[in-house]
Write a protein that binds this ligand. Structure first.
Ligand code: SAH
Length: 346
């Protein structure tokens, strides 16, 4: 493991970059395609790459390692959800969640170890940011989860720990890696990225990846309330965020999803619902209401079922598309960031 700190994670490399690696080792370019294909299959050892010459495998292993994370803890829910705590070569730990839906299997991956956005209801941000992940480490979570569950994974949501737009280069590397035809070949429309609202990156994302789904964590119907739970709102204010989101839908023609964690006595009133509805009326959006996952050490309580239903009804009657997020894996601590913290508390 320590030696890996001096080696490069080969999962970070796109096919054209692997070609450079391979030709510098004096080998033919097509070996890069073979190598990339093996990596996407989730092999953990260069020696498993049967059609790659042994001498090349040895030389690769001298300078590179395959950065599949190690499984530290695995929890399986009755509903098929698998939550995993993964560890990278340097001891950094993140969590990923595998979920079964009617439309297929999905994984929620982390983009950073911890987070520096400071949302006051979120567990991932309690210890700040430890480090960002690389694109290959994001891919590694998908491959390791597929190895672990033995199930194909056709949807990826970047909604685990971290703020993906605070790690934009690595995020875009990940999207290109997993979309690559010669590798995992995941459709762009099967990827969703969730942001707390970093406006410049929303603009950039609309241009770079118009086919990838975007979710924006809103959690409030106005600036004043949003500022109370999301420090990021002080930097990027509500009206500017909504403007950027409208521009996003105009530019891409894609529906935007707004996430709204419903918190008892904070943002769950009928007045909040009406204000949100009037702000969203008539444009291409979808609101995902998430009954708050209560986090140890945070004072917030989840809104009761009745106020969530009333909130939903108000949005619906204004013609705003809305769903209440299905709670998967609630028996295994589904709340964001909780698995990692739980282990730290043991
Ligand atoms: N940083 C990104 C993605 C990570 S969090 C973002 O902010 O969108 C994924 C979603 O879970 C976000 O909407 C986030 O606000 C929400 N979330 C965080 N803690 C939560 C909690 N305790 N209960 C419910 N949702 C929570």
């Amino acid at each position: 493991m320590e030696t890996e700190a001096r080696k490069e994670n080969i999962l970070n490399y796109l096919p054209e970059e692997l070609e450079t690696v391979i030709t510098e080792l004096g080998e033919k370019k097509f070996r890069a395609t073979q190598l990339f294909g093996w990596l996407a299959k989730g092999v953990s050892d260069f020696d498993d790459m049967k059609n790659v010459p042994a001498a090349l495998r040895t030389r690769l292993a001298e300078s590179y390692y395959i950065g599949l994370p190690e499984v530290v803890r695995k929890q399986q829910s009755k509903d098929g959800t698998v939550k995993c705590l993964f560890r990278f070569y340097d001891g950094a730990e993140v969590e990923s969640v595998f979920m079964k839906y009617e439309y297929g299997n999905s994984i929620c991956i982390s983009s950073q170890v911890g987070c520096r956005m400071g949302c006051t209801f979120c567990a991932s941000t309690m210890d700040g940011l430890e480090r960002s992940l690389t694109g290959g480490e994001m891919l590694g979570q998908v491959l390791a989860m597929r190895n672990l569950t033995g199930e194909e994974i056709g949807h990826v949501v970047v909604m685990g720990m971290g703020e993906p737009f605070d790690n934009y280069e690595a995020l875009s590397g990940f999207i290109r890696l997993i979309h690559e035809k010669k590798g995992y070949d995941l459709g762009l429309r099967n990827i969703t990225v969730s942001t707390c609202g970093l406006i410049p990156m929303i603009r950039r994302f609309a241009i770079d990846f118009p086919q990838v789904n975007l979710a924006v964590s809103l959690h409030a119907p106005n600036q004043e309330l949003r500022e109370r739970t999301m420090p990021v709102a002080r930097k990027y204010n509500y009206d500017d965020l909504m403007k950027a989101c409208r521009e996003y839908t105009e530019l891409t023609g894609r529906r935007i999803t707004f996430e709204y964690a419903v918190i008892d006595g904070v943002n769950d009133s009928a007045a909040c619902a009406r204000e949100l509805a009037s702000g969203l009326k008539g444009w291409l959006t979808h609101v995902n209401l998430i009954p708050l996952n209560e986090v140890k050490g945070r004072e917030y309580k989840t809104a009761n079922g009745r106020s969530v239903a009333a909130f939903k009804q108000i949005l619906e009657s204004s013609g705003v598309a809305v769903t209440v997020r299905r709670t998967l894996g609630s028996d295994i601590d589904a709340a964001c960031g909780q698995l990692r913290r739980k282990k730290q508390c043991d």
